[in-house]
Design a protein around this ligand. Structure first.
Ligand SMILES: C[S@@+](CC[C@H](N)C(=O)[O-])C[C@H]1O[C@@H](n2cnc3c(N)ncnc32)[C@H](O)[C@@H]1O
Length: 540
């Protein structure tokens, strides 16, 4: 059985197998435990050449890492001789030979699950750990005996055995397929803020945490560590639950994703009563924590006064089902012209949701996010800013009711950066002309104290960053740097003192007034332009 950190107890539950309960209380945002020494922590194959194979430091454009390839296989890279040496002893000595065979046959690398399987097969202690893991192998075999999923697993198992130079007997193949399913059920996808999915992480103790679509905890990855954070208060004896998937997807999509990868039917309160994001938000405890956020009006979270409820309107539900597939495909790789064409089509498809003001519901939320990104990428920072402010007020808090939720903190940094990018000299659109609407937003901006609003955004990111992720989080680090720059600007001592006083005592009457004038008012004003931007650029 995996050893657990202090404060955690392993329990057995007849309907969901083993799970972890809290043996003491945890408050919202607290670190429950750090899971180090993973059995497997590897970069995703497409990111092999930009990620240190041991410490998993990523060489994004911002970083100055000097990554050097292993001279044996030339497949993996390291940021230092120390990382290379430690990895050689851990697993790469065996893996290097496998990779040389892969390259000799003209391939660049192994797919990530095949590589993870090779690592398990190379290390006897890992096979012992895998033996104790749930894999639902018999159920998957029965469900997919003749299907594509099972065949894919067999092909992956054959590839691993082939490159390891081992015979693919029925027994070794069966064992390899079993390991692959255990990896599927128990491993995590590591996520990076800039790149998205960056790798695979397996820790047998962390793998004991069960799922809920209304989780009380969430996991973040920092190098070779996984940090389990409390999302809301967890009482002594309560089971700790994380969401294995995006819990804001519609029920049918959540259920399908959980069935395909983890082989169970979720019966959490969100699934049982098919609650939409607004209903989940209303029921969340600690909404009062939002008093230090862009939505301090708690009444808005408890009763969003939206037009219709998705839950009670079957025509809306049918509409969502119809438009979802056409609105959810990735826009990556499309030209700018094709992206905006597709976004226009998607915005039109979402008309019913938009009319009902259900901005937090998919796929409308995603369309708005993509439009904000599109304008940002094309240098139209005023439009991007207006839509980002709109999302921060009308979507993000409902989708993630805690103010330290990582996506909300990331949204604050985005607004802070856009405020910095819309400083007066930059008020020209990407086409080099000043469009009337962009001009209107610029004029509104020129009447604001943009620097102070930006400073509060950054101060909030620094305040919530450690609870959202860690002090190593690139979002947190960027905010610290930008805040340092702003704070060192000459002539801003008064504003700096006001921001500091507010962050120290956010509920003081003077401080509150400052926040309303310097932050809430301007963000609302910018948000008020968002639907006008959508109508003028994407059609009404
Ligand atoms: C990562 S493991 C979690 C630990 C697992 N319970 C065990 O005993 O090894 C994932 C598996 O746990 C079970 N599980 C997790 N959350 C569940 C839930 N909410 N309801 C039912 N089963 C669940 C499913 O069998 C799933 O495939």
């Amino acid at each position: 059985m995996p050893a657990l950190a202090e404060g955690l107890t392993l329990v057995d539950n007849p309907s969901r197998g083993r799970g972890i309960t809290a043996s003491r209380a945890f408050s919202p945002g607290a670190t429950i435990a750090v899971f180090s020494n993973p059995s497997i922590a590897i970069p995703d194959s497409p990111h092999l050449d930009q990620t240190c194979n041991l410490c998993l430091a990523i060489d994004t454009n911002l970083s100055s890492l000097k990554l050097r390839a292993c001279t044996g296989c030339r497949v993996v890279v390291y940021c230092s001789p120390a990382c290379q040496k430690a990895d050689w002893q851990r697993v790469h000595k065996g893996e290097c030979k496998v990779f040389k065979r892969v390259r000799a046959e003209g391939h660049d690398f192994l797919p990530t699950p095949v590589r993870a399987l090779v690592q398990v097969l190379l290390r006897p202690e890992m096979q012992a750990a895998a033996a104790e893991m749930e894999g639902h192998v018999d159920a998957f075999r029965t469900a997919g005996g003749k299907g594509k999923a099972w065949t894919d697993m067999e092909l992956q198992a054959m590839a691993a055995l082939h490159y390891m130079g081992r015979e693919a007997s029925p027994r070794s193949l069966g064992q390899a397929v079993e390991v692959l399913y255990k990896l599927q059920v128990n491993s995590f996808n590591r996520m990076d803020v800039d790149i998205g999915q960056t790798g695979l992480f397996l820790n047998p103790a962390l793998a004991m945490v069960n799922h809920s679509c209304v989780p009380n905890a969430f996991v973040q990855f920092v190098g070779r560590h996984a940090v389990l954070h409390a999302y809301r208060e967890i009482k002594e004896g309560e089971e700790i639950e994380i969401s294995y998937i995006d819990c804001n997807l519609h029920r049918a999509h959540r259920q399908e994703a959980l069935k395909i990868r983890y082989h169970f039917n979720c019966s959490c309160p969100r699934c049982k009563d098919d609650l939409d994001v607004y209903q989940v938000c209303q029921r969340y405890p600690h909404l009062e924590l939002n008093s230090l956020s862009l939505v301090p009006d708690l009444q808005k979270l408890r009763d969003p006064s939206i037009g219709q409820s998705l839950h009670s309107d079957s025509s809306l539900q049918i509409n969502v089902e119809e438009i979802y597939p056409g609105c959810s495909a990735s826009l990556q790789g499309l030209s700018s012209t094709d992206k905006i064409k597709s976004l226009r089509r998607r915005w039109r498809a979402c008309e019913q949701l938009h009319k009902a003001r259900l901005y937090a519901i998919e796929p409308l939320n995603q369309v708005l996010v993509e439009v904000a990104v599109y304008f940002g990428e094309n240098g139209n920072f005023e439009y991007s800013l207006a839509i980002s402010c709109f999302l921060a007020l009308n979507s993000d808090p409902f989708r993630a009711p805690m103010p330290f939720a990582p996506q909300r903190v990331k949204g604050l940094l985005m607004i802070g950066k856009l405020l910095a990018n819309t400083a007066p000299a930059d008020h020209v659109t990407s086409e080099g002309t000043t469009a009337p609407l962009a001009n209107k937003i610029s004029q509104a901006l020129s009447r604001m104290d943009q620097a102070t609003t930006c400073q509060v955004m950054l101060a909030l990111v620094v305040h919530y960053g450690p609870a959202a992720h860690s002090k190593e989080w690139p979002i947190y680090r960027q905010a610290v740097e930008l805040l340092d720059d702003l704070e060192s600007l000459p002539g801003r001592e008064t504003e700096h003192a006001l921001v500091t006083a507010f962050m120290r005592n956010p509920n003081g009457p003077e401080e509150r007034r400052f926040f309303e004038t310097a932050v809430l008012g301007p963000i609302q004003l910018l948000s008020d332009f968002a639907l006008e931007v959508m109508a003028s650029e994407l059609g009404s």
